[in-house]
Design a protein around this ligand. Sequence first.
Ligand SMILES: [Zn+2]
Length: 169
Amino acid sequence: MFSSIIFSPFCTPINEKAKEMPFGREKQMKFIEKLRRFMQGRYGSDDLNRFLIFAALALMLLGSLCTLFGLWWLALPFNLLEWAAVIWALYRMFSKKIYVRMGENRKFLAVKNRIVGFFKLRRAMFKDRKTHIYKTCPNCKSVLRLPRRPGHHTVKCIRCAHRFEVDVK
Ligand SMILES: [Zn+2]
């Protein structure tokens, strides 16, 4: 009769709990599986989304600083922009129109590269301002780096082979 006590319904809840022991582990796995299934066929994150989250954090910081200094009227637009960035990032993350989102990301990267390139060029121009000059090709608009040799020169563009005159002081 001893065994009948062990397997009595009275004991089962304890045994069930013991089985689940690594507490919440199963629930965690179920949640991850659910999330995985939810994200299936959805876009997820990319460069533009990371930028949006970063921008939202920066805007949040600016908004907080404004509130701290009593400039609530200035904090409001920052907060609105912050929310717009977060909502846009979430919308893109859960979107199922993957190709549209990829196109947006490509456009974002093109703009970003142009801005980064602009500042890199300025830095390079400043760095070797004593040894080189920078001229824009009148034909293809690419920027050429030329040795700073005083006099009148004919320059041949390396990209489009167009020739043009340059005076170096
Ligand atoms: Zn050219």
